[in-house]
Design a protein around this ligand. Structure first.
Ligand code: C5P
Length: 297
């Protein structure tokens, strides 16, 4: 018997970052949108805990107990007093170290898959608490849709979205480490007063209306200057998307994946074609959002 869970990637349509806290994390106003690029996590009973991964970026995925999928299985097993003897297979389509919550998706997916396989029947609240222990973005990977995350980004409020948004994602030649991007944010912020992060009213209204032009006018990412400082070549990718008519061009989360909002599916295909021809990125994908979070398939 095995259980497979499908989990979407995310793009941050607003990422407002406050000053570094004493614990090293940053308070955020983080507006997540789940988009239709997916990892699938399959859990099967085994003699001992084992992780395998397949997909274009599989070579970069750690297969030991630092993998978020393994950590999720261990956390649930410890709480429930069961042995974590499972084979976790990750069919990976979300870019690794890309700023699209691929690792978080695997954590949330493995947690839901193990809960289902073991029949532990954990409540939604308990699953969300384990997700928050695993990482700041993991709770959102479980719930999907659209949500505002505050605190580290783990305290979620679901958001209404009035329609589908069409996105193009350009994957970069190499990854970026999230802690390194936050450190660069701190370095660039030195000597400046950092305002409290707050969600933009205009942005929440644009989401609620499903209005792509209004959303494009409101998207912001406070980590973008830090990501561009560590990865200057991304500005050429952003320019290529803008030149191709994207309504908005931004770095996704801590990057280096870049995200482009298009008016409709046809416009998204045009932007995707131009980005492929630009030679400024590794691969290009289109996806819509919002989509549901982790789901047993
Ligand atoms: O929570 P997660 O393990 O995904 O965070 C990875 C790293 O990103 C943290 O160790 C920290 O350096 C940075 N981070 C942060 N503030 C947040 C979320 C993440 O500084 N709100």
């Amino acid at each position: 018997m095995s259980v497979t869970v499908r989990v979407p990637a995310k793009v941050n349509v607003q990422l407002a970052v406050g000053a570094a806290r004493p614990d090293g994390f940053h308070d955020l106003a983080n507006v997540f949108l789940a988009v239709g690029l997916y990892d699938e996590i399959t859990v099967t009973p085994a003699d001992e805990l084992r992780v395998t991964c397949a997909g274009p970026d599989a070579a970069q995925v750690p297969l030991d107990r630092t993998n978020l999928a393994a950590r999720a299985a261990l956390a649930l097993a410890a709480r429930r007093g069961v042995e974590p003897n499972v084979h976790l297979h990750i069919a990976k389509d979300i870019p690794v170290a890309g700023g699209m919550a691929g690792g978080s998706a695997d954590g949330a997916g493995a947690l839901l898959a193990c809960d289902t396989l073991w029949g532990t029947g954990a409540s939604r609240a308990e699953l969300l608490a384990i997700c928050a222990e695993l990482g700041s973005d993991v709770p959102f990977s479980l719930v999907g849709g659209a949500a505002l995350g505050v605190g580290r980004g783990e305290q979620l409020t679901g958001l209404d979205v009035g329609g589908a948004f069409h996105w193009v994602f350009a994957m970069a030649e190499r990854g970026l480490s999230t802690p390194a991007v936050f450190r660069e944010f701190d370095r660039l912020a030195e000597g400046r007063a950092i305002p409290e992060p707050v969600a933009s009213r205009d942005l929440l209204d644009a989401l609620a209306k499903g209005d792509a032009d209004a959303l494009a006018a409101a998207v912001t990412n406070d980590l973008q200057p830090a990501a561009l400082s560590l990865f200057p070549e991304l500005s050429a990718t952003l320019a290529a998307g803008r030149d191709a008519g994207a309504l908005a061009s931004l770095v996704s989360g801590s990057g280096p994946t870049t995200a482009f909002l298009a008016r409709d599916a046809g416009a998204a295909e045009e932007v995707a074609r131009a980005l492929r021809d630009s030679g400024t990125c590794r691969t290009v994908r289109t996806a819509q959002g919002p989509v549901p979070g982790a789901t047993v398939v």
